[in-house]
Design a protein around this ligand. Structure first.
Ligand SMILES: [Fe+2]
Length: 211
């Protein structure tokens, strides 16, 4: 078995057409999966917005739904650029994550803040999946010298990360409002607001509610 460094050196010198072809196939397969995921996310975001309790959470979903429609078009553009037919691969991962979001809706009271908290958690799981998928596609595109595709993927990846940050900020506002209410009910027993450790950085914690 050849050492990884030797294989990589040979790949970049253009002598490893097997790897080149393999990575191209992998890129196409991942592209079809994320295209499927993005299209499913557009519909799911509409359902989540409709089910949400507060305007803030509802409009966050609607804004990201509009953004996701543009992301779908960008993916179609990539299919065109690399010269293959637009197609989807079903993905159990996104199907499962969307089922989880639906379960939040069926298991929480309409009009409750718990529902919004659950919807934020579900949405952020979907975002983290998309960030992983677009990040991997971007790496493959750069490796394969698909520079136009890489540019489009980098744009979407940045939007997904931004959405993830917005969801974290929304989740924090839930924690702070709850804390404020407790302070009003029992003055002096709680801090006026809480701060989630690490929330100043660009990197989000494991979950949106910091738990
Ligand atoms: Fe997306």
């Amino acid at each position: 078995m050849a050492a990884l460094a030797d294989r990589i050196a040979s790949f970049f010198s253009g002598n490893d057409s097997n790897t080149d072809e393999g990575l191209r196939d992998l890129f196409i397969s991942e592209l079809k999966s994320v295209y499927y995921a993005e299209k499913r996310a557009v519909d799911a975001l509409g359902d989540q917005a409709e089910a949400s309790t507060t305007n803030e959470v509802g409009s966050a979903f609607i804004n990201h739904q509009n953004e996701s429609r543009v992301q779908v078009e960008r993916l179609e553009e990539i299919f065109r650029i690399i010269g293959i037919k637009v197609a989807t691969h079903t993905s159990d991962t996104i199907d499962g994550l969307i089922s989880d979001a639906k379960r939040v809706i069926s298991e929480t009271e309409p009009g409750s803040l718990t529902r919004d908290a659950g919807l934020i958690i579900a949405a952020q799981k979907i975002e983290h999946y998309e960030i992983a998928a677009y990040g991997s596609l971007l790496t493959l595109a750069k490796t394969l010298d698909f520079s136009q595709s890489a540019e489009l993927l980098a744009k979407t990846l940045e939007e997904e990360k931004e959405e993830d940050r917005k969801l974290t900020i929304l989740a924090e506002s839930f924690v702070n409002n709850r804390s404020k209410e407790e302070e009003e009910k029992h003055p002096g027993s709680h801090h006026a607001s809480r701060h989630i450790p690490g929330s100043d950085s660009n990197v989000t914690l494991g979950g949106p509610l910091g738990i």
